[in-house]
Design a protein around this ligand. Structure first.
Ligand code: PXG
Length: 285
């Protein structure tokens, strides 16, 4: 049975699910999205994802033509229609079909799309041995231009960074902000541990306010770990005892090498392992 895709209230077979080539989501990257996971049929942190989607939409003057409650129900219905338990949910809201010109007022109505599918997991080995990443030259979007807090369909900044990383043989890449501070990776937030303390860049560093990031901050505090949201430099990364990334797709993944420098002893550290275990308990309890 073909996967069903939700578009504006109707479920279409995957191959029949279409939007117009005049959609400003395609023509200009004019729209917003969320990447969400479900575990055992339950949507993980759905309210937080819906709040962020609505905040992103508000920032770009896009009115989502549904209530949060209706979208939540539509997500659950789409998951159920596809019989997906552990999966990946992509919610996309585009500006809709318009004319060949930037003016969003000439677009008819936004397209609300829900894709539910199975998630391609990173290999287990990555979680055991840890990841190697590099700092790339692509600077994270200046917050005064397009705020990194908006999860927009315009992901070229991150894609360029991803390409730089891939060309260096790394599946994730670290981006600095316009001030040269550590911001985040292309689809993941970054955490450092030094002297038993956890630190991660604050919102003001120009990052997406990751939902996994917040889950991990809460888990660490519950575990009695001191957590600080502070500006960080590359130097802080190089001298860290431990480093890990968080994101909906990656969950919590250890980093053992940055710019060819081993982090700590070059193997996932004890606090990272403990937080990975706690995260697993929350998601797969
Ligand atoms: N930073 C950036 C730039 C992201 O895009 C994160 C951090 C982590 O945020 P969450 O809320 O997921 O903890 C992201 C998340 C995809 C996809 O399909 C992208 C993300 C998440 C899920 C899927 O490209 N980005």
């Amino acid at each position: 049975m073909a996967l069903k895709v939700f578009i504006n209230g109707t479920l279409f077979d995957k191959d029949e699910a279409r939007v117009s080539v005049y959609d400003h989501g395609l023509l200009y990257g004019d729209g917003v999205f969320e990447g969400i996971r479900s575990y055992g049929g339950e949507v993980f942190r759905l309210d937080e994802h819906l709040d962020r989607l609505w905040d992103s939409a508000k920032a770009i003057w896009l009115t989502i033509p549904m209530t949060k409650a209706d979208l939540a129900q539509a997500i659950r219905d789409t998951l159920r229609a596809n019989g997906i338990q552990d999966g990946y949910i992509r919610v996309v809201v585009t500006r809709g079909a318009g004319t060949l010109g930037l003016d969003p007022n000439r677009c008819s109505h936004p397209q609300v799309i829900i894709i539910t599918d199975h998630i391609a997991l990173y290999p287990d080995e990555l979680y055991e041995k840890g990841l190697e990443i590099i700092t790339v030259s692509t600077v994270r979007n200046h917050p005064a231009a397009l705020s990194p807090r908006v999860k927009s369909l315009n992901y070229l900044n991150n894609i360029l960074a991803k390409i730089e990383g891939l060309q260096a043989g790394c599946i994730e890449a670290l981006m600095l902000n316009h001030k040269g501070e550590v911001a985040e990776c292309t689809g993941d937030n970054i955490f450092l541990i030094r002297g038993g303390r956890l630190s991660t860049p604050p919102n003001e560093a120009g990052i997406l306010e990751g939902i996994t990031r917040q889950v991990v901050i809460d888990l660490a505090r519950e575990a009695g770990i001191d957590v600080r949201e502070v500006p960080l430099t590359k130097h802080d990364v190089y001298i860290a005892d431990e480093c890990f990334l968080t994101g909906t797709a990656a969950e919590v993944v250890p980093v053992v090498k940055v710019d060819s420098r081993a982090i700590g002893p070059g193997a996932p550290g004890p606090i990272t392992r403990d937080l990975m275990k706690r995260f697993k308990a929350v998601t797969r309890g």
